[in-house]
Write a protein that binds this ligand. Sequence first.
Ligand code: PMP
Ligand code: GLN
Length: 385
Amino acid sequence: LVARMRPFGTTIFAEMSALAARTGAINLGQGFPDNDGPPEMLAAAAEALRTGQNQYPPGPGIPTLRAAVAAHQRRFWGLEYDPDGEIVVTAGATEAIAAAILGLCEPGDEVVCFEPYYDSYAASVALAGAVRRPVTLRPAADGRYAFDPAALRAAFGPRTRLVLLNSPHNPTGKVFTPDELALIAELCQEHDAYAVTDEVYEHLVFTDAATGHLPLATLPGMRERTLRISSAGKTFSCTGWKVGWVSGPAALVSAVLRVKQFLTFVNAAPLQPAVAVALALPDDYFAEFRRDMQARRDQLVAGLTDAGFGVLTPEGTYFVTADIGPLGGVDGIEFCRSLPERCGVVAVPTQVFYDDPEAGRRLVRFAFCKRPEVLAEAVTRLRRL
Ligand code: PMP
Ligand code: GLN
């Protein structure tokens, strides 16, 4: 194995889902829902399989899907992208993130990101031979995660090529505030850096339904330097489909496409018309999806609090992080490895998403994208701790 990949073992998601399968525990570790997405979408995929849409689609994705991605971003966020040249379909957000970093970073270039970060970020940065400059998110007095603005400023420098931003944020559930986004935008412009935004939880913001999600690309001066990434997996409960997309100015998107051609060439043909159908669903679908997940969040937050965890209520995503300290826990990894045996539940230790494991040592992450009866049973078990 090449040196730059040696620090990376098996992903925590694979390890914890294998543990759940082995022990029969309730899996609140890896984030995937236990119900299917919209029936219209599933029917469209079946129809595409039956009607011969089974050969290589065009490299950037089928035109119908690119048009649907453009229409969706215009409808929800007021962002305009040309489906021909400013949008590319990818194998999930994961490929989009990797191709963006590989397409934009020279070896030695620096990538500013917020830790804890989604695990593929560090690996993609390493594959490009780039260097990550993490800024730590910590629970603040108001119970929200925050970063030190001076630390963010200090993370930017002459070698900064891009900032990688995930909001709503996995694993903390943080939704970056307009002021925080404005500072990120200011620093990108001051240092002539790009932004790559991972917005896979764009429809899962629980703070203020009126404001909802705020894409960084909507801030003044940011559209021209931002690659905006999302995917169907979360919004349409089809994480196994791996259909994602990236939108941005043509020059940046073509850099992504250049790399993407040689990573996967193209993506699953029959799933693309189906995701186009899903993206065009009426507003009610998206509102109901959010309401439903918010109810599950409230259920799990109440249950974990009742079970004795120190809970940080997430403002977005479908994850809750919880402090095991009040239960006598000192190390999240040990806690998560023994949890199935102790009470039949699987969670993920948050410390694996930090460069500095001390920062998240006592934090564990639970996914609440599960049926209410599954969450209820998990809580009953956790209360026995
Ligand atoms: N980014 C974040 C923050 C995620 O939580 C995930 C997991 N769904 C991904 C990217 C990967 O998304 P996809 O499955 O579409 O590759
Ligand atoms: N995004 C999901 C999570 O954070 C799963 C991703 C994965 O399994 N790679 O749990």
